[in-house]
Write a protein that binds this ligand. Structure first.
Ligand code: XMP
Length: 517
C-alpha cells in the first residue's frame, strides 16, 4: 500500500485515484500525519503531493523525519520534490512567475523511474516527455546523492533521482492526463520500485468488504436509507450480498423523483435482487410542507427535515435494528477531515439522505468510506447492478424540489418530470448521455406565448441544462448538437400541452451553478 501525503494541491485526490487505478490500495493524508499513524500504515512507498506553498515561506510544510526514516521509496511531485530537495541539502529558487501548461522535458540521464518511458517527436534526437507543469518555485541545486534526470528550457531541474535510496522527484504532474506517460511513470514507481502487487480489483474489494461487514455486523440487523442514487444502491447490493435478510432498506418516495423512478427502484431492488425494501409514499407530506415556500434554501431545509421525520418514523417501527448504513465515500471523508482541520476550503456542503444516527442511537456502518466514486461504480457492476443505473447522472437529494423554481406543486412536478424524461431519452438516443456529466430540465414559473392554430396560448417555460465536469466544482455547458436540441424542443412542446417554450442554458460554472437554485 502507498501513503500519499497532501500538501494542499488540487491534484492530490487525483494522484490517489491514479494509484488505485493501477490496482494498488493507497490513502491520502495531510503532510503532518503523526509518526505512529505512519508506522501503523506501514506503506511500501510514499508519494509527496504538490501544494500551493513555497518552501521559502516561514512555516512552510515539511516532510516529517518519520517519512524519511521509513526506508521505503519516495516520489516527490512538484512541491513534494521541492521539499525533498531542500530538506536533503539542495536548494530551491524563488520565483514570482508561474509556469503553467504543456511542456517538453528532455531526458538527460537514466534512472529506474523513467528508463524506457518516453514520447518520441518526429525528428527529435533527444528523448523526452510531454508533460503538464504547474509551479512557481523550482529546484536550483541538487541534493547530495541525486542525479539530474530531465530538464526543460525554463526549468533545468525537472526530475531527479537517487536510485540507491529509491528517492525520486518530478516537477511536472504525472497524475494529470496531459502528461502522456504519466500513468506509466506512476505504475513504474508503485509496482516496480515499491514492489506493490495490483490486487486492488473490483472482485477483491467486494470480497474484502463482505468479510469485514460480516465480522462487524455479526447477527445484527442493519437499516439503510435507499435513495436510488449510485452510492446507496451499491451499499444495498453489497450489504445484501454480505448479510442477506439482516438488511432492511427504507426508500422514501418524496414525490420529487424523476419519471417512474420509484417504480424502477422497487423493480430492481425488491423484485429483482430480492432485497427487503419498505417503500414509503410520502409525496403528500413533502408537498404539504413545501406549500407556499419559494425560497431555495428554505425549500432544501424543509425537504431535508421532512426526509428525516419520515425516515425516523419508519425506522422507529422496525424492531431490533442496531446499525444504520450510509453511502459515505472517500472524497466525503477527505473533505470532512480537511474541513475539521481547517486546511481546505469546503465549497460543497450538501447532505444526502441519511437520518440521524446519533438521535436514533444506532451504530454507523459505512462500507464505501475508502472508495472513490469510480471504484464504487466498478464494484456496483461487480455486484450485478445494471450499467445504466451505476453510470446514471447524479441527482440532488432535494430532487425536483430545486429544479422547480419558486413554489413546488404537484402539477409543476408532473410537467417537469415528463419534459425531463424526453430530454434524457433523446440524449441516450443521440449517444450524448454519457458524454455529459449531468443533464436535466428546469421548470420556470413564467408563462410565455405561443401560437396554436389560430389562437395564442400562454404556457410554461422550461430550460434544458447539460454540463461537462470532472469534479462538479467547475463545469462547462455542453455543446450539444443543434439537431438534438431541436428534436428535444419540438418533442417537449408538442407532447406537453402546458409547455410553450424551451430554452438551453449556456452558462458555465463559475459563476453560474449547475442547478438553478
Ligand atoms: P451546484 O448547483 O452547486 O451543483 O453547482 C453541484 C452538484 O451538486 C448537486 N447539488 C445537490 N446535491 N443536495 C444534493 O444532494 C443539494 O441540495 C444539491 N444542490 C446541488 C448538483 O446536482 C450537482 O451535481
Amino acid at each position: 500500500r502507498i501513503l500519499i501525503l497532501d500538501f494542499g494541491s488540487q491534484y492530490s485526490q487525483l494522484i490517489a485515484r491514479r494509484v488505485r487505478e493501477i490496482g494498488v490500495y493507497c490513502e491520502l493524508h495531510p503532510f503532518d500525519l503523526s509518526e505512529p499513524s505512519i508506522k501503523d500504515f506501514a506503506p511500501s512507498g510514499v508519494i509527496l503531493a504538490g501544494g500551493p506553498q513555497s518552501v521559502h515561506e516561514a512555516d512552510s510544510a515539511r516532510i516529517s523525519d518519520a517519512v524519511l526514516s521509513l526506508n521505503v521509496p519516495i516520489l516527490g511531485i512538484c512541491y513534494g520534490m521541492q521539499a525533498l530537495a531542500v530538506q536533503l541539502g539542495g536548494a530551491v529558487e524563488r520565483s514570482e512567475l508561474r509556469e503553467f501548461g504543456h511542456a517538453r522535458v528532455d531526458l538527460v540521464s537514466k534512472s529506474r523511474l523513467l528508463d524506457g518511458i518516453e514520447d518520441s517527436l518526429d525528428g527529435d534526437r533527444v528523448p523526452g516527455l510531454n508533460v503538464w507543469m504547474s509551479h512557481g518555485d523550482k529546484v536550483s541545486r541538487l541534493p547530495a546523492g541525486f542525479t539530474l534526470l530531465a530538464s526543460t528550457p525554463s526549468c533545468e531541474i525537472a526530475a531527479i533521482a537517487d536510485d540507491a535510496r529509491r528517492w525520486y522527484g518530478v516537477q511536472f504532474h504525472p497524475e494529470v492526463t496531459h502528461t502522456q506517460q504519466g500513468q506509466r511513470i506512476l505504475s513504474r514507481f508503485v509496482l516496480e520500485i515499491c514492489g506493490c502487487e495490483p490486487l486492488w480489483t473490483a472482485g477483491n474489494i467486494v470480497a474484502d468488504a463482505i468479510e469485514r461487514i460480516r465480522a462487524e455486523v455479526g447477527t445484527s440487523q442493519v437499516l439503510l436509507g435507499l435513495s436510488g442514487g449510485v452510492d446507496s444502491s451499491v451499499v444495498a447490493a453489497l450489504l445484501h450480498r454480505a448479510i442477506g435478510d439482516q438488511l432492511t432498506c427504507v426508500f422514501v418516495d418524496n414525490g420529487l423523483l424523476r419519471l417512474n423512478e420509484g417504480d424502477q427502484v422497487m423493480a430492481l431492488f425488491a423484485e429483482n435482487l430480492k432485497i427487503k425494501v419498505i417503500r414509503v409514499d410520502a409525496e403528500g407530506e413533502f408537498l404539504r410542507n413545501l406549500q407556499g415556500e419559494a425560497d431555495p434554501e428554505k425549500k432544501r431545509k424543509i425537504i431535508g427535515r421532512t426526509f428525516i421525520d419520515v425516515f425516523d418514523e419508519q425506522a422507529g417501527r422496525l424492531q431490533g435494528i442496531e446499525y444504520l448504513a450510509q453511502g459515505t465515500i472517500y472524497p466525503d471523508v477527505i473533505e470532512s477531515a480537511a474541513a475539521k482541520s481547517g486546511k481546505a476550503e469546503v465549497i460543497k456542503s450538501h447532505h444526502n439522505v441519511g437520518g440521524l444516527p446519533e438521535e436514533m442511537n444506532l451504530k454507523l456502518l459505512e462500507p464505501l468510506r475508502e472508495l472513490f466514486k469510480d471504484e464504487v461504480r466498478k464494484i456496483g457492476l461487480e455486484l450485478g447492478l445494471p450499467y445504466d443505473m451505476v453510470y446514471r447522472h447524479p441527482f440532488p437529494g432535494p430532487g425536483l424540489g430545486v429544479r422547480i423554481l419558486g413554489e413546488v406543486t404537484k402539477a409543476h412536478a408532473n410537467l417537469l418530470r415528463r419534459a425531463d424524461a424526453i430530454f434524457i431519452e433523446e440524449l441516450h438516443r443521440a449517444g450524448w448521455y454519457h458524454k455529459v456529466s449531468q443533464a436535466f430540465v428546469v421548470f420556470q414559473p413564467v408563462k410565455s406565448v405561443g401560437v396554436v392554430g389560430d389562437g395564442r396560448r400562454y404556457a410554461w417555460v422550461v430550460s434544458l441544462r447539460a454540463v461537462e465536469t470532472i469534479d462538479f466544482m467547475t463545469a462547462r455547458w455542453a455543446h450539444l448538437p443543434y439537431e438534438l436540441l431541436e428534436t428535444v424542443s419540438s418533442r417537449i412542446i408538442n407532447e406537453i400541452e402546458d409547455i410553450s417554450r424551451v430554452t438551453y442554458d449556456v452558462s458555465s460554472k463559475p459563476p453560474a451553478t449547475i442547478e438553478w437554485e
